[in-house]
Design a protein around this ligand. Structure first.
Ligand SMILES: O=c1ccn([C@H]2C[C@H](O)[C@@H](COP(=O)(O)OP(=O)(O)OP(=O)(O)O)O2)c(=O)[nH]1
Length: 157
């Protein structure tokens, strides 16, 4: 069972998100883009350790990120808190797909709180305004064992 958009909005507002009406969707809440990055070196995923690669933040040109075809990291504009007994999924806004672009996202764990990031895959050049809605967060009821307690807990709050 998935929560209503109003319930997702309440969870985000409890985490401090300042939502406008356009972000409130029937089944979830749209997330905006706050920053776009390009990794500048290899990252590391090991058996016990991991490291996020250094990256360069892209500057908007005349009010738009002008992205060539390629892969980028985006930081969302809203703080997110995943309530207990829930799991979060972030899906790309369909307009991205209709423009041959997408977001790749992972599981948002129960108990996670922070401003998250995702992978923006531009299959074709695209222009995106800072603050534009690019994704939608939905919350589903879920059993879980413990809550998120990893290194990203509380990130950028
Ligand atoms: O696309 C996503 C998916 C999740 N998250 C947030 C919420 C999630 O709870 C947290 C950690 O995600 P995950 O557990 O997939 O990351 P990990 O690389 O396995 O980190 P850890 O070892 O801390 O679990 O990052 C994002 O920012 N972006």
């Amino acid at each position: 069972m998935f929560d209503s958009g109003a319930a997702v909005a309440a969870a985000l507002e409890a985490a401090g998100a300042d939502l406008d009406d356009a972000q409130r969707q029937p089944n979830g809440v749209d997330l905006t883009v706050d920053a776009v990055f390009e990794p500048t070196e290899p990252g590391f995923v090991g058996r016990d350790e991991k490291r996020v690669a250094e990256r360069r933040e892209l500057e908007p040109e005349e009010g738009r990120y002008r992205l060539d075809r390629g892969t980028y990291v985006v930081r969302y504009g809203e703080p997110v808190r995943i309530p207990e007994e829930r799991i979060g999924f972030v899906l790309p806004r369909s307009t991205l797909l209709r423009n041959a672009c997408t977001l790749d996202t992972a599981v948002w764990d129960a108990g996670y709180e922070g401003v998250g990031e995702g992978r923006l895959d531009a299959g074709h050049a695209i222009e995106i305004e800072p603050g534009a809605r690019i994704a939608q967060l939905v919350l589903a009821e879920a059993d879980h064992h413990g809550t998120y307690d990893g290194v990203y807990q509380g990130e950028r709050l």
